[in-house]
Design a protein around this ligand. Structure first.
Ligand SMILES: [Zn+2]
Length: 97
């Protein structure tokens, strides 16, 4: 995608905490402390520490180490799309731990 970096405007950059409410709505739990491993560089970062771009169509969460897009969230009137092909995995704490 040639225009993949179109949202790389640091003036629009937030961190993952800015979308904590949206993530909580999708996952039904607090997600800012969940660990996301970047599929591109292997960096581990808390969701709350990812770079968040909220002016792209939907939300884009990027790796703070290599700027690769880890996850995208797009909401339509009838559905929520979560694309996370840039994440090797998300790691959430098991209940009670
Ligand atoms: Zn990375």
């Amino acid at each position: 995608m040639d225009n993949d970096d179109a949202d790389m405007n640091t003036a629009l950059m937030l961190d993952g905490n800015a979308v904590a409410g949206q993530l909580q709505q999708i996952f039904g739990r607090e997600m800012t402390t969940a660990m996301a491993r970047c599929a591109g560089c292997g960096n581990d970062a808390e969701m709350g520490a990812l770079m968040a771009f909220t002016r792209a169509p939907g939300v884009v969460l990027r790796c703070p180490a290599c700027q690769a897009a880890i996850a995208r969230i797009v909401e339509t009137p009838s559905a929520i799309y979560l694309e996370a092909r840039g994440a090797a995995y998300l790691r959430m704490q098991a209940p009670g731990h």
